[in-house]
Write a protein that binds this ligand. Sequence first.
Ligand code: AHR
Length: 499
Amino acid sequence: MKKAKMTLVSEFTNAKIDKRIYGSFIEHLGRAVYGGIYEPGHPMADADGFRTDVIEEIKKLNVPIVRYPGGNFVSGYKWEDGVGPVENRPKRLELAWGVTEPNLFGTNEFAKWCKKADTECMMAVNLGLRGPVDAKNLVEYCNHKSGSYWSDLRRSHGYEEPHNIRLWCLGNEMDGDWQIGHKTAVEYGRTAAEAAKVMKWTDPSIETVLCGSSNMGMKTFGEWESTTLDLAYDKVDYVSLHLYFDNRPNDIESFLAKNMIMDDFIKTVVCICDYIKGKKHSKHQVNLSFDEWNVWYHSNGDYVEKWSTAPHQLEDIYNYEDTLVVALMLMTILKHADRVNIACIAQLVNVIAPIMTKNGGKCWEQTIFYPFMHLSNYGRGYTLISNLESPKHDCKEFTDVNDIESIATISEDKDELTIFTVNRNISENVLFDVKLMDFEGFEVIDSIEMSGFDPKAENNVNSQPVKPFKGEIPKIDNKTMQLNLKPLSWNVLRLKKTK
Ligand code: AHR
């Protein structure tokens, strides 16, 4: 049988995990807002029209930040349309997705919803059709206490206390020609620098995220990051990365290896950030915000009626193989926790999302819900350095692919160890020896597994057969645990210091 091994030492930590890597994203797109988190009249809606059943699902995912309001949407958005008395808010043609935006839900509703969902807002400003002044006004509206035009306007809208939003995205995917107000790197770098400057003058406590490339395949990738960072370096704290994977053509082995592209993407952007830092003799370090990532392709080509409101749009139904890819992507982000401080699975509800709803009906968990929930709940504290040795295989698109991918985290108090492992071999079990060097008094308290499903198996509103189950509890023998990892499996092993 194939064998893999890994040794763990509690003191050998790799990085402190910023909990914001377990973030997500709500865009004004399809039924993410309307019919997703907000549905007045739904039997489970509260007095604000927020769906409490959806909030309960989101709490299970333990999501510390949610990016809002876009995405491509933000580049045409006038935030003033979404505040003040609802009856005065205009309906607008929304050009990014070809629909009508009713503006029944906006900045204040989102801030209020975040509190109820135990999360924080990561706000994006429009640097497509608008610019620094509108961005600065929004910071003042949200974060300034009182005594100025925009802060007093917020108060007059019924929000006496500021929202204190700390994290701000300087536009969205400005390198893409699909973006409303698409810009060259120089145009965007200058606009972003001036926007960040006045936004930070308005509230010096905020952090800003510069738009990096929309994906690694963009012709301008690399040049875009270096030019924009050169122009805005000292005014920004993070640079964004976006990446979606698909299984086209249908080739599961290559699909399961695609997170290697993500790994390369992260390493390259880190190098560019540090090159600009060196070039400028700067002490300031720019880190990474992987603020859109997921599998996305099942829904492509769906018909959407032009100018309709909240249509079914980008409603990917995920299967079991997607579960493993999502696990591998989030593990890749975790491996780079020293430089990736923020990450957002795109998106959260209905739109390429782990949580789905029926208008007026139930909400339910997609297959990808589970690895995200496990990593977000148990993958906190520190990542441990790993010397993982795994057998390898080749596939159509990649060579030297590890059969096993694994990462371990230890809680801040050093009392809980969690080992997350994927066996991406499609047909063979792998025996995985994990040596625990200095974990005296630790016992396995839980073993969670997903395996044995048809790779194309899905969940739906009426039944969710693809879900985790209890795995085998391995013995710790001579400081070593032996795990028998099934082909195409997701495995979470939780240990706790009990003595
Ligand atoms: O998440 C869906 C879309 O993907 C976002 O609006 C955009 O930023 C990206 O291209």
